[in-house]
Design a binder for this molecule. Structure first.
Ligand SMILES: Cc1ncc(COP(=O)(O)O)c(C=O)c1O
Length: 393
């Protein structure tokens, strides 16, 4: 769609592309019925006790603005949750902000950090919002291709990229467990990154840890634990508590940075929804392990997808977290990711996301989201087998 107006609207916005995920979704949406392995949201309902807390908040007329950074009870709950789960230590009063989803947390953070012309390191493939927000800030994204290192962000890669630039970047955006690859990091890997970044004390790390509760065989280690002074931790309840539509995110950052972040947050949204914040208090206080049953279901779905991909001999790294699998197109196939996925949707009525929706380093891959029912996933895998075998003939 190439619409334009004669008004001289903001150049950064005009140059932005609608997310390729959305574009692909729109393009294949006429192929109904369609099994969608495209969505980045849990297919589970929000836990009952969380819904009850929200209903109670409505009935109690909790319908006014909260404090800008969020109701203090929510921030206390977030502080306690982060301490219990990830050994983090953030002061509820001065170092935590409740936001409108992780999306606003990222927007608030990047708009606060960046000056025009700043460099921001973005490991690629990446969640496309990062790119848009950096460009909206008139800063310059510097992509680091991780496809050669098994989608790992290595200290070496960071070091080499920084050395190749004419000035030190302002920030790096990290995301683990990762969308789209499902890769996550061990404590030793987190420490390695922290050590490298500590050599650049003027750089900040924006660490998007929204999938922290969905790490399969280990526990999540936050960058905030090992690089507290330089890190802004982004998290939220969208994935951990199946609350994407409630829009509740969290920022954890050192006091002096939070002081500035609050100004941006206030200008953008005033405060997060009050009813949602009450639901959030319940989720964080009494639902600390709400993600566990979902995680068990995701694990089984991951097994089914992995088995098919391995039987098909497709190159894939087993994801250790989140609910995505990023697999390579069949070797030798002269086809773009887009055409591969489009052909599958058209011929077999299953949608997956072409890898280039996550940056140039994603070309040659496709992303499967296994946040769909096991039944749909099984059907989709039978069809994928048929599709790949047909293409190979
Ligand atoms: C890596 C990553 N960060 C942030 C978000 C946005 O989360 P929220 O829905 O809380 O805004 C998503 C959503 O898919 C995501 O995958």
């Amino acid at each position: 769609m190439n619409k334009t107006t004669h008004f001289n609207l903001n150049h950064q916005i005009r140059n932005l592309e609608i997310s390729k995920i959305r574009q692909f979704d729109d393009h294949v949406s006429t192929f109904e019925p369609l099994i969608r392995l495209t969505l980045g949201q849990p297919d589970f309902p929000t836990p009952e006790h969380v819904k009850e807390a929200a209903k109670k908040a409505i009935d109690s007329d909790y319908s006014f603005y909260t404090r800008t950074a969020g109701d203090i009870k929510l921030r206390e709950a977030a502080s306690a949750f982060a301490a219990a789960k990830y050994e983090l230590s953030y002061d509820p009063e001065s170092e935590i902000i409740a936001t409108v989803g992780a999306t606003e947390a990222l927007a608030t953070t990047l708009f606060t950090l960046l000056n025009p012309g700043d460099y921001v390191l973005i490991p690629s493939p990446f969640f496309s919002l990062y790119d848009s927000l950096v460009k909206m800030s008139q800063a310059t994204p510097v992509y680091m291709d991780t496809s050669e290192t098994g989608f790992m962000v290595t200290p070496d890669l960071i070091e080499k990229t920084i050395q190749s630039l004419d000035k030190t970047p302002k920030a790096i955006i990290l995301n683990y467990p990762n969308n789209p690859t499902g890769i996550t990091w061990t404590e030793a890997e987190v420490k390695g990154i922290a050590l490298t970044l500590s050599n650049y004390p003027k750089m900040l790390a924006v660490s998007d840890e929204i999938y922290s509760e969905l790490v399969y065989d280990d526990t999540h280690v936050s960058l905030g634990k090992h690089l507290r002074d330089q890190t802004i931790v982004i998290n939220g309840l969208s994935k951990s508590h199946a609350m994407t539509g409630w829009r509740l995110g969290l920022i954890f950052a050192p006091e002096l940075i939070t002081f500035e972040l609050v100004k941006t947050h206030q200008s953008l949204v005033t405060s997060a929804s009050t009813v949602t914040q009450y639901a959030g208090i319940e989720a964080l206080v009494n639902g600390q392990d709400d993600a566990l049953p979902m995680k068990a279901a995701y694990k089984e779905r991951r097994r089914v997808v992995m088995q098919t991909l391995q039987e098909l001999n497709l190159e894939v790294t087993e994801p250790k977290g989140a609910f995505y699998i990023f697999a390579a197109l069949p070797k030798g196939l002269k086809m773009s990711s887009y055409d591969f996925c489009y052909g599958f949707a058209e011929g077999y009525r299953v949608a997956m996301i072409p890898g280039d929706a996550f940056g140039a380093a994603g070309e040659g891959y496709f992303r499967i989201s296994y946040a769909s029912s096991l039944e749909d996933i099984k059907t989709a895998m039978v069809r994928l087998t048929d599709y790949v075998n047909t293409l190979r003939k």
